[in-house]
Ligand binder design. Structure first.
Ligand code: SF4
Ligand code: SF4
Length: 448
C-alpha cells in the first residue's frame, strides 16, 4: 500500500485546522514540504508536547511525505525559543542522518497561519484566497505528521492530544479518544471558577462554549486545546456580544484610525484587505445588503479571522474580524466567491517586519497572559465510559456509518467510511465497546 492509501485508510485529516483530508492534500508534487510546528495560538502546548515525545516518528514521517511530494526541501518550522523541542528534533535528525531542516520563527502571532508560515520559510506570498501549492509548497501541522506516522504503521487516527489550561488547578496535556465528552477533558484540569466558559481551540481563533452547552461537545479529530475562563472574564464576555450590538458599535465608534489595517496580517502580506474601509462603509450605510457589491467590502472574503485587528489593534474595542466573519457568511449564502485581481507576483508590505505582534503582548491584551508561561509537561489519559463520534469531523462529505446498533467494535475498527475518490475521511472506533446509537451524524460506543 502506498503512503496516500495508508493515510486514506487511517482517516487522517489536518489536525491544526478545519480537518482537510490529508490524502487529498498530499496527492501532489511540490518544492517545499513545510511542517507547521509553531503552535500558532498562545497558551496551547499540544504541538510542543508532540515534538518532545515523538521527534523520531515525526522525522520518519516527514521523510516519507517528502518522498511522496518529491519535495526538494523538507522544513519543520517552529519558534526559536522552543529549546527542548529543537533539541529533540535535532537529535532525531542527526540519529537518522536526515536532510530535514529546522526553521526558527520569532515569537509573534500568528506565526502558525499557513500563509504567513509559507512566506516566512520561502519568501513567497501566496495570492489572496490561494493555497500553498500556488507557490510550490504544502504545509501540514506537526500533529497531522505524527498521525501520518501512525497510519504508515496501520494505526488510524482515534486518539487526540489536547492542552487543558486557563483557570484550572492543574494545567495539563490530556490524551483522549475521539468522541470523549469535552467535560471529561476539562475535569482533568480541575477548573477553579464555579461557573466557567471554555474556548475550544486557542484564545484567538477558538470557539467559545458556555457552561450550559459543554455537555453537547465531544473531542474531534481537530481538537487541540480547551481553555477554561471565568464566565465573567473579559474574553468570554467579549465573545458574547451580539451581532446587532457589534454592528451598532461599529457604526458609532469607529474613528477611522486605520490601525486595524496597519496591523492586519493579510494586509501585511500585500493582500488588498483593508478592514478600516469595511468599517467605514458600514458606518455610512444603513444596512449590510447595500454594501455587498462594494469591492473593498468583498475583501472580507480573504480575512483569515486571526483576530489581530480586534484583540490587539483597535483602540475602540471594535470587532472588524467578527464583521468580516458575518460578511463571509452572507457572501457564502449568496454563493459569491472571491475574485482575485490577476498579478504575476504578490509582494509583502515593506512595513511587515516591524508590525509583527509579539505573542505575549496579544495574550496580555486579551487578559490571558497569567496563563502564558505555564509549564505543562504531564499527560493524563482519559478513558471515557462512552464516546460520541461525529461523522462530520472533516471537510467534504460526511462519512457513512458501516456499523449498526449492537455491533461489537475494537479500537481502530472502521465505523464510518467514504469512497476512495471522495473528499472526506474514514472514521474508526476510538475505544473497545458496543455500538449503542447510529445515525448519519454520529455513532455512540459504550465501553465494554
Ligand atoms: S482578522 Fe483582522 S487582522 Fe486578521 S486577517 Fe482579518 S481583518 Fe486582518
Ligand atoms: S482600528 Fe478600530 S477604530 Fe480604528 S479604523 Fe479600525 S475599527 Fe475603526
Amino acid at each position: 500500500m502506498n503512503i496516500l492509501d495508508q493515510i486514506f485508510e487511517g482517516g487522517i485529516v489536518g489536525c491544526g485546522g478545519a480537518g482537510f483530508p490529508t490524502h487529498v492534500k498530499l496527492n501532489t508534487q511540490v518544492e517545499y514540504f513545510i511542517v507547521n510546528a509553531a503552535e500558532c495560538e498562545p497558551l496551547l502546548r499540544t504541538d510542543r508536547y508532540t515534538m518532545k515525545h515523538r521527534a523520531h516518528d515525526i522525522i520518519d514521517a516527514v521523510e516519507a511525505i517528502g518522498d511522496q511530494l518529491m519535495a526538494r526541501k523538507k522544513v519543520i518550522a517552529l519558534k526559536g525559543h522552543y529549546h527542548d523541542e529543537i533539541a529533540c528534533l535535532e537529535a532525531a535528525i542527526s540519529a537518522k542522518n536526515s536532510d530535514v531542516e529546522l526553521f526558527f520563527l520569532e515569537n509573534f502571532y500568528p506565526a502558525g497561519d499557513e500563509q504567513i508560515m509559507v512566506y516566512e520559510v520561502t519568501g513567497r506570498v501566496i495570492p489572496p484566497a490561494g493555497i500553498p501549492s500556488a507557490v510550490n509548497a504544502v504545509v501540514s501541522n506537526v500533529g497531522t505528521v505524527a498521525a501520518i506516522y501512525d497510519a504508515m504503521h496501520g494505526i488510524p487516527l482515534t486518539q487526540k492530544i489536547i492542552t487543558v489550561t486557563g483557570e484550572v488547578n492543574v494545567p495539563t496535556i490530556v490524551s483522549a479518544p475521539v468522541g470523549t465528552p469535552i467535560q471529561e477533558v476539562i475535569d482533568q484540569g480541575d477548573p477553579i471558577p464555579r461557573r466557567y466558559t471554555v474556548i475550544l481551540g486557542g484564545p484567538l481563533m477558538g470557539r467559545r462554549v458556555g457552561m450550559d452547552d459543554i455537555s453537547k461537545e465531544y473531542v474531534t479529530k481537530t481538537s487541540s486545546g480547551v481553555i477554561v475562563l471565568d464566565e465573567d472574564s473579559h474574553l468570554s464576555g467579549r465573545r458574547n456580544t451580539s451581532i446587532e450590538t457589534m454592528l451598532r458599535m461599529a457604526k458609532s465608534a469607529c474613528i477611522q484610525c486605520t490601525f486595524c489595517t496597519e496591523l492586519c496580517t493579510r494586509h501585511m502580506l500585500g493582500h488588498p484587505l483593508m478592514p478600516h474601509k469595511i468599517m467605514r462603509k458600514l458606518a455610512y450605510n444603513s444596512d449590510v445588503e447595500s454594501i455587498l457589491e462594494d469591492n473593498d467590502v468583498k475583501q472580507a472574503l480573504i480575512c483569515s479571522e486571526c483576530g489581530v485587528c480586534e484583540e490587539y489593534a483597535c483602540p475602540m474595542g471594535l470587532q472588524p474580524r467578527r464583521i468580516n466573519k458575518m460578511l463571509k457568511t452572507v457572501y457564502g449564502q449568496m454563493k459569491i466567491r472571491y475574485q482575485r485581481e490577476e498579478r504575476d507576483e504578490w509582494v509583502a508590505n515593506e512595513a511587515r517586519e516591524g508590525r509583527k505582534v509579539p505573542s505575549k503582548r496579544i495574550a496580555a491584551r486579551m487578559g490571558v497572559d497569567q496563563f502564558y508561561d505555564y509549564v505543562i509537561n504531564d499527560c493524563v489519559e482519559v478513558e471515557p465510559r462512552e464516546v460520541c463520534i461525529s461523522t462530520r469531523m472533516h471537510i467534504g462529505a460526511p462519512a457513512k456509518p458501516v456499523v449498526s446498533v449492537g455491533d461489537m467494535v475494537r479500537k481502530g475498527t472502521l465505523i464510518a467510511a467514504v469512497g476512495r475518490d471522495q473528499m472526506g475521511a474514514n472514521i474508526h472506533a476510538s475505544i473497545d465497546g458496543t455500538v449503542t446509537y447510529v445515525d448519519d451524524s454520529r455513532i455512540v460506543i459504550e465501553r465494554n
